[in-house]
Design a protein around this ligand. Sequence first.
Ligand SMILES: [Fe+2]
Length: 312
Amino acid sequence: MTNLADIIAPISEDEFFRDYFGERFLHIPAAATHKFPNLMPWPQLNAIMSQTALWTRETFLMTLNKEQVHPNQYCRVRDLRGEKAFTPDPARVMEMVKRGATLNLLYIDSLTPELRGIANALREALGMYCQANLYCSWMGVQAFQAHCDPHDAWVFHTEGEKRWRIYNGRAENPIRHDMFDRLMTQPKPEERGDLVADFVMKPGDILYIPRGLYHEALALTPGTVHVTFGCFGTVGLDLLNVLWPMLVRDKEFRTFLPRLTDPKGEQAWAKRLKDLGQKIAAVVGSTDAQEALKAFAKDRAKTTSDYDLPKR
Ligand SMILES: [Fe+2]
């Protein structure tokens, strides 16, 4: 079974957690023996893409001239028991590819044993939610400008060569929220910072980029493929997910707040909010809330298991 030590070798886990995790990028050039030769060579990519029924317009994306292509341009509409389903049509997809479109396949971490092995290794070692996305782009085409991501990125380069540039600018703890869209995708030069590394990724190379660090990639060879495993840790805001079901049981939180049209309403309103705030603080500090958040975090980082039929 794959584990983190295999992924980061020759760097040790101690060294990784001490010097890189959450702090610095790490480029691990391919070893003499390719660590994950079956991760996503061209035949594998063709095989998964050809399973057209697996894909939807949410998981199969195309980008042309830095703009997302509308699914109507490469999908066929199928009728699935009365529901409309958008399935990529290989001939139409290839028309877009001939025009230089980048392929972006999302949530692929369960699709092959190799993808499952790496995703599970990262979940197990880091205790983070992990999903894999694939990027296939063509020489001279840059799908994304310098940007940063709301997650730590583990990039596994599998085909062709890509030039990566890393900057020293860093967004402060970005999350997936409208508020961070501009900052993550269109940074100003002073936000992006200065170029600190410029290197070529080849098949077998692995790159770790901590959340928020600006980077960009450009295909150097006719066709290139890489798979990025995006890892999200649990944050303080996730507390809100466990607080709601706990607070809903308390009738004080279901009570109408004082009437603001009452002359004394404002005062009563402020007092009530203060009382509720104290109650929230007590709930957050309780073992129940801490256990609930731990359970939430562990559930998100759960590894997926393989089927073993006909065993039951
Ligand atoms: Fe990225």
